[in-house]
Design a protein around this ligand. Sequence first.
Ligand code: DSN
Length: 417
Amino acid sequence: MCLENIRKSDVEVYDLIKAEERRQYDKIRLIASENYASAAVMEATGSVFTNKYSEGYAGKRYYEGQQLVDQVETLAIERAKALFGAEHANVQPYSGSPANLAVYFALLKPGDKVMGLALPHGGHLTHGWNVSITGAYYQAVQYGVSETTHLLDYDAIREQARRERPRMIIAGATAYSRIIDFAAFADIAREVDAMLLVDMAHIAGLVAGGVHPSPIPHAHVVSTTTHKTLRGPRGGMLLCRADLADAIDKAVFPGLQGGPHNHTTAGIAVALKEAAQPEFKAYATQIVKNAQALADELMARGFRVITGGTDNHLVLVDVTSKGTRGKKLAKVLDRCGIVCNMNTVPFDPRKPFDPSGIRLGSAAVTSRGMKEAQARQIAAFIDRATTLIDDLDAQARLQEEVKEFCKPFPAPGIVVE
Ligand code: DSN
């Protein structure tokens, strides 16, 4: 990005941005919820739309001067509806958690019962976890994955739903590497007369690219962030049936938020256009191939990959067999130039702040043009890092190797001199 003005006016922030560009360029970024937004998305996000207040919706705003904001928001909405085949889209949520909260506000009363995937089994805080407002203000019960297969067990979820009679079921995950059967969730929800919210934040780009079944025909509401596999700016979005449009819109504004972040809306519009191109299908396909190559190579090297592989962008790995643990290894990997996060594995005997696993994602490296051969090499780097746990010099040497490895793969949105 052109940073000449920041360089002149605020060298401290300039230096930090340049260093962060360098970090993102030199390292193998495997955090499953991150990506590289394109230069076009970055430009839209950094545009003058940041200067405008726009409470309300197109044609019904509280302040004047909305001629162009209305157009950019309508463009984003129409593109979202077309890309995902949705009847209605709201592109104003600031991110995924506010998007989910708006759904609770639209469809439920405080104290209503919700049923979501437990956080330690791969759910999200806003799926009713106890420390979240969704667990505090609603009566939340949690389902888990099977103790033997670590897969969602739809029969067990149905039994639990029959017993609990939740008002809303939440499907979706932040650490589940297999196809989610949204039709099965819809069937369960129908049987117990519950509404179905699908949080597709992690897999939105895979749904857009046609490599994961879409939740849209099955859910009352679908929430998503816009910056994970979808590769847009940091933001959120709600997609729903036409009969719920009014309730959803009112819950987002004025229910939960004030003015939308119009610069983000512009970035979302650009990202949605990119995601509608044929190249994006190829990108989504490659994300999955890369995750599978990474998982296969890790397993060949003796790691325990949860569920024995992956159908999406995500690989959840129990690192215990390598004589280490998730927190320790994630920190070692970071020093080696490989960035991921520690993660609980299902039925983890360890605590969430010091769990047994790490979570890896292939979206960002795929945005750099890496393919299966590179994914396998990344697994080899990770394996090598497990042998360097207490050797800071060797970790620094591996970081240099990783930097050279990354060089031939341009990072979208980043120009490094
Ligand atoms: N923090 C995100 C993730 O990493 O999965 C979820 O919001």
